[in-house]
Design a protein around this ligand. Structure first.
Ligand SMILES: Nc1ncnc2c1ncn2[C@@H]1O[C@H](COP(=O)(O)OP(=O)(O)OP(=O)(O)O)[C@@H](O)[C@H]1O
Ligand SMILES: [Mg+2]
Length: 235
C-alpha cells in the first residue's frame, strides 16, 4: 500500500504525515514527549500504541494543532502545518476523539455533517450544491439517513461515532486520527468499524492513525504499528 497516491488529499499527493523531533510538556510537569518522531503513510492504517500516559493523545492534539509543541514540527508531505489555522488542519486531518460526544454540537445529524462543509461554502472553497451532495453521500456511506433529523447526542455510542466520522470524512481529509475508537463498542460494532476503516482506506486512500490499547483490533485492522516509549506505572 505504501506509495499510494492519496486521491483525497487537498493538493498533496502521495504524502505522508510526519511528526518530527517533537518535544512537549504540560505546565511545570516533566516532558511527555522528548524528541519523538514518527511517519504515517497515506493509504495505510498505523496503530499508535504504548502504555497509559505515554503521550498518544497528546501527540494527536499536537498533530491537530490543539497543542503547540515546545520544539519539533508536523508535516503533511512537504507542508509544515505550523502556519495553518485549526480549521485548515481539520480539513486536512480528521480527528475523532475518544469521546466523540464532545465533538457533537448540532441539533440534528444532518446539520452536524453540514457544518464543516458549509464553512467551506462560506469561504468560497466549495459550491452549496457540492456541499449538499457530499453531506448526502456521507450520510449514505455511514448509514445515517434514518437519523438525519435526530439529535446526535440522543444516538447510541456507535451511531455517535459514525456521525463524527461522517462529518470528518465529508471534508475528505488526507489523514484520519481515531483515539481509542473501540473503547465503547461491542463486538458487532467493532466489526462494523473495521469494515468502515477498510472502506475509507480503499476508497479515499486516506491514511489512518489508530490510537488503541485494543490489541486484537490493532492486529486485525492495522498495516503497521508504532509503539510510543514511556508512560506506565509512574504516570
Ligand atoms: N491537560 C493536561 N495537563 C497536565 N498533564 C496532562 C494533561 N493531559 C495529559 N497529561 C499528562 O500527560 C501524560 C500523557 O497523557 P496522554 O493523555 O497523552 O497519554 P495517553 O498515551 O493518551 O494515555 P492513555 O493510553 O491513558 O489514553 C500523562 O502523564 C498525563 O497525565
Ligand atoms: Mg489517550
Amino acid at each position: 500500500m505504501s506509495g499510494r497516491v492519496c486521491s483525497a488529499a487537498p493538493g498533496a499527493d502521495g504524502i505522508s504525515l510526519r511528526a518530527e523531533n517533537i518535544s512537549f510538556h504540560y505546565g511545570a510537569g516533566k516532558p511527555v514527549l522528548e524528541d519523538f518522531s514518527a511517519d504515517f503513510a497515506c493509504g495505510e492504517i498505523t496503530a499508535l500504541t504504548g502504555k497509559n500516559g505515554c503521550g498518544k493523545t497528546t501527540l494527536a492534539r499536537i498533530i491537530m494543532g490543539i497543542l503547540v509543541p515546545d520544539s519539533g514540527s508536523v508535516k503533511l508531505g512537504k507542508e509544515d502545518l505550523a502556519g495553518l489555522s485549526l480549521a485548515e488542519r481539520g480539513a486536512r486531518i480528521g480527528y475523532v476523539m475518544q469521546e466523540p460526544s464532545r465533538q457533537l454540537f448540532s441539533a440534528t445529524t444532518a446539520e452536524e455533517i453540514r457544518f464543516g462543509l458549509d464553512n467551506k461554502v462560506k469561504k468560497g472553497l466549495m459550491t452549496a450544491e457540492e456541499a449538499r451532495a457530499r453531506a448526502e453521500d456521507a450520510m449514505k456511506n455511514f448509514e445515517l439517513e434514518k437519523y438525519r433529523d435526530a439529535f446526535p447526542l440522543s444516538l447510541s455510542a456507535g451511531e455517535r461515532q459514525r456521525v463524527v466520522l461522517a462529518a470528518v470524512m465529508a471534508l475528505r481529509p488526507s489523514f484520519l486520527i481515531l483515539d481509542e475508537p473501540t473503547s465503547s463498542l461491542d463486538k458487532k460494532r467493532k466489526s462494523a468499524l473495521y469494515e468502515t476503516l477498510l472502506r475509507i482506506k480503499e476508497e479515499n486512500g486516506c491514511g489512518t492513525i489508530l490510537i488503541t490499547h485494543d490489541r486484537a483490533f490493532a492486529a486485525l485492522a492495522a498495516d503497521r504499528e508504532i509503539v510510543m516509549p514511556g508512560g506506565g506505572r509512574n504516570v
